[in-house]
Design a protein around this ligand. Structure first.
Ligand SMILES: Nc1ncnc2c1ncn2[C@@H]1O[C@H](COP(=O)(O)OP(=O)(O)OP(=O)(O)O)[C@@H](O)[C@H]1O
Ligand SMILES: [Mg+2]
Length: 340
């Protein structure tokens, strides 16, 4: 058994704070591409559900029984109100902006693929100062802050390095899932994300993202995980999500650990990566060994993407350890401080 590297020597059952986007996903389908313009198509199913990286992660974390919070913004319209209602007890750190809430229409296709149409809405209005104020109001000593879908947060991205520095200076640890950069992995994007790695304790990318980040054009012999890990904090974890092939973990100076996923009937893969992140971080916070963290992450993703209608698993459904009585009675939620 490989022990979980102890990136949080002073942490005990850390709380997870998710920073990212939440929006409304209207998923319809299945539809084979593409209808004739000007016609109407009647589709057999439709579902309105919580979307966005933080939106899906938080749903999965709640279902798994994790201690967590979310810092997001929404618009001040009906969709914003609907979203607020979907996260009871988790809206303390929500920012309400005077703007339309972003809407995503997802059309699923018979082969499990999907096509998205999104409006920028509130996502384009998320202000880094508001995020910094929320983080400054939290005691971050026993917290892992997950930044999810940072590539899709154009207003937050330029301030991220400073925000990462701030979180670490307050004793917090950072998990990062960039998602696919809208402009692809240009030299500038690579440079930007590589510049964040010194602050990232847990990288959670998928295979093509990892390839884009760590595999420069003139480097044909595989992603250079070890060089990346050398630039990351001590005991950092670099996790690569590999779709139906499971996941891979790289740590400094050790061979990779690869865990395959089980064969499942996929209904739709939306939020596979976010469900995986939620499973991984919950298991990590509960002190599972690293292999079991990856297995629980894979189980959580598998459960979510094969459910219909969409559902996220409970802790026991994916093999999470119960919180011990001692931990349950401990005060794990941090006290709020005045925001600066
Ligand atoms: N077809 C599949 N069969 C079984 N498991 C899957 C499948 N697709 C995804 N998964 C599980 O979900 C995890 C995350 O999926 P993936 O590798 O596609 O990440 P991702 O591209 O970041 O996802 P997302 O598109 O949601 O951001 C995988 O590591 C795997 O455990
Ligand atoms: Mg992803």
């Amino acid at each position: 058994m490989i022990e979980t590297p102890n990136i949080h020597k002073d942490m005990r059952n850390p709380e997870i704070v998710t920073v990212g986007t939440v929006n409304v996903d209207l998923i319809m389908g299945p539809q084979a591409p593409w209808p004739v313009p000007g016609t109407e198509v009647i589709l057999p199913t439709s579902e309105m559900r919580e979307g966005g990286g933080a939106g899906i992660t938080a749903k999965a974390l709640t279902s798994l029984g994790a201690q967590h919070r979310m810092i997001v913004n929404v618009g001040n319209d009906l969709f914003g109100e609907w979203l607020l209602k979907q996260y009871p007890g988790l809206d303390d750190d929500w920012i309400i902006d005077t703007v339309d809430t972003a809407l995503t229409v997802g059309i699923t296709h018979p082969d499990g693929e999907r096509t998205f149409f999104s409006t920028p809405g509130h996502v384009a209005q998320f202000q880094p100062l508001e995020l910094q104020n929320k983080l400054a109001g939290m005691d971050l000593k026993n917290v892992v802050v997950l930044f999810v879908g940072t590539s899709l947060m154009p207003t937050i991205r330029p301030a991220l390095k400073e925000i990462f520095q701030f979180v670490r200076s307050k004793g917090g640890r950072i998990a990062l899932d960039t998602a696919w950069p809208t402009a692809g992995w240009t030299d500038n994007t690579r440079k930007e994300v590589l510049g964040w790695l010194p602050f990232v304790d847990i990288a959670l990318l998928n295979e093509v993202e990892t390839h884009g980040l760590l595999h420069p054009r003139n480097h044909e012999d595989g992603a250079n995980y070890q060089d990346a890990l050398k630039s990351m904090p001590d005991d950092a974890l670099f996790i690569t999500k590999m779709g139906p092939r499971g996941a891979r973990l790289d740590t400094l100076g050790k061979p990779p650990l690869i865990i395959p996923s089980n064969e499942i009937d996929v209904v739709d893969t939306i939020g596979a990566g976010d469900s995986f992140n939620a499973g991984f971080l919950t298991a990590f916070a509960r002190g599972h060994d690293i292999q079991s963290c990856l297995e629980i992450a894979i189980n959580t993703a598998a459960f979510a993407i094969s459910s219909n209608p969409r559902r996220y698993p409970s802790g026991t459904e994916v093999g999470l350890a119960e919180l011990s009585r001692k931990l349950k009675t401990d005060k794990v939620f941090n006290t709020r401080k005045q925001a600066v």
